[in-house]
Every structure is written in C-alpha cells, then in structure tokens.
Ligand binder design. Structure first.
Ligand SMILES: [Zn+2]
Length: 71
C-alpha cells in the first residue's frame, strides 16, 4: 500500500496526517496529499511507457504528428 503524506501548499511543511491548519505557517486547509518517496516507484514502471511516452509527448508539444514518427 503506497504511503502518502500531506504537504502544506503555502510553506512546504510536511505531515503524515492531514491537518486543518498548518502548524508552521498557520494557513488553514493548505495541505495537499502527495505520494511519498519517488524511489518507491522504481521497478514498478509498466513496459512501454518510458522513452516512448517521452518521445510522444515531446512530439506532441512541438505540434508534430506522432504518426510521422519512425517506428
Ligand atoms: Zn504551512
């Protein structure tokens, strides 16, 4: 089960439980849930979504049709 934590969007304070008010900066309801430790994702990446997906997104960002890319 993936662990997550809550990060204050105002000051960046992190807490493992949601808090209605940030104890650091005093902002109300400023916490947003974020997945913890990106390293946990390592080894779970599905096949075919690495470089290919990046190339597709890059081509799309440049306005090129992905259909014109060499296979
Ligand atoms: Zn805060």
């Amino acid at each position: 089960m993936p662990k997550s934590q809550f990060v204050c969007q105002t000051c960046g304070f992190k807490s493992f439980k949601w808090m209605g008010r940030c104890t650091e900066c005093g902002a109300w309801e400023s916490f947003a849930e974020e997945a913890e430790a990106p390293k946990a994702v390592k080894g779970r990446r599905p096949k075919g979504t690495g470089a290919q997906a990046v190339a597709f997104n890059a081509a799309a960002a440049q306005g090129a049709s992905p259909l014109l890319l060499p296979a």
